[in-house]
Design a protein around this ligand. Sequence first.
Ligand SMILES: [Zn+2]
Ligand SMILES: [Zn+2]
Length: 398
Amino acid sequence: MSVSDLDRLKSDIDELVPDLVATRRDLHEHPELAFEEVRTSGIVAQRLRSLGLEVQTGVAKTGVVGLLHGSAGDASAKTLAIRADIDALPIHELNELDYRSQVDGKMHACGHDGHTSIALAVADILSKRRDELKGTVKFIFQPAEENVGGAQPMVEQGVMQGVDGVIGLHLFSSMPLGYVGVRSGTVFASADKFTLHVKGKGGHAAMPHGAVDPVVIGAYITTTLQTLISRETSPFSPAVITFGTINAGTAFNIIPEVAVMQGTMRAFTPEHRAYLLRRIEEVAKGVATAMGGDCEIEQHGGCPPCINDPAMAELVKRAATSAVGEQHVLTGEEVMTTGSDDMACFLQAAPGCYFIVGAQNEGKGAYYPHHHPRFNIDEDSLPIAVEVLSRATLDFLG
Ligand SMILES: [Zn+2]
Ligand SMILES: [Zn+2]
């Protein structure tokens, strides 16, 4: 693109800002939880149709796919997918805003309202530039990113067939406004949830020798599993094991039969993830049997790590550099998180890049962590994200 083309893109985006903000606020006022995003996907489908896109609804229940066919023509035409997640969280919003959530107990506390409005604005911008696109842009509006996982069913329904590259972003309330974070390799960790059923033998608390205490066994399992990180994991490989719940017993003077523990494990490579999942099971069972009890482990199916392709990360980095300047493009550790995102499923299906866009601004009260009842974003991050996605797409299909 020439310099004047670049300026024209910026001014096109500037013109869209009032609509971009209004769309985000409307979605914010009407949050919908996983696989219940009926109103949201209705708005998305209607907007995409009005822009002349080919629209498919009801993909993985409440997902929407929009196809924008470029008219620049090329025998080697490629398809680039742009993914946005659309769901909200079961959190009661504590912000006092004109556009605060109108639904008690539900809130867009992760910024997916922003992601949805950003992708719609990109569709708007690019629909007016079909003649510059040699190929197809596939907009994927994914339900149920939080907890349940809407990405995998979309992939299973074939949305990634024929896709040559995939990009997406997460707004970040911990990164200052004006910065974009992009790097190749793993950026979001895998996430696995597991439940341990530690079995002992109940009895009188005063006569432990006649019982097998699952509370003591559970305590040993909790601390021993930490050695999988401190003794079996390279200090250069990030990984986490955390137990969030331990439940056992009914009274102070009874040794219970069972202790139930729920935990999560995060890792940065598929190999390390598989290794730790296997070792958690071996060690938990080994500790329990050594102490005269037993342990059964339930693994609940998890999310793989988000691994960016080097060439796709480079594509996004070029776009980000044009949008915010090289000194505002971060490529270090600050771009990595031990949080997870099922964007990973799309990244497994095609080379891609998941990047982050700074949305933090203390002056506007936008600094609370994601999933906090006072979470918010600086909306000035929205046009930045639109610009990066638009430029990356025009570069990929140009
Ligand atoms: Zn979230
Ligand atoms: Zn999120």
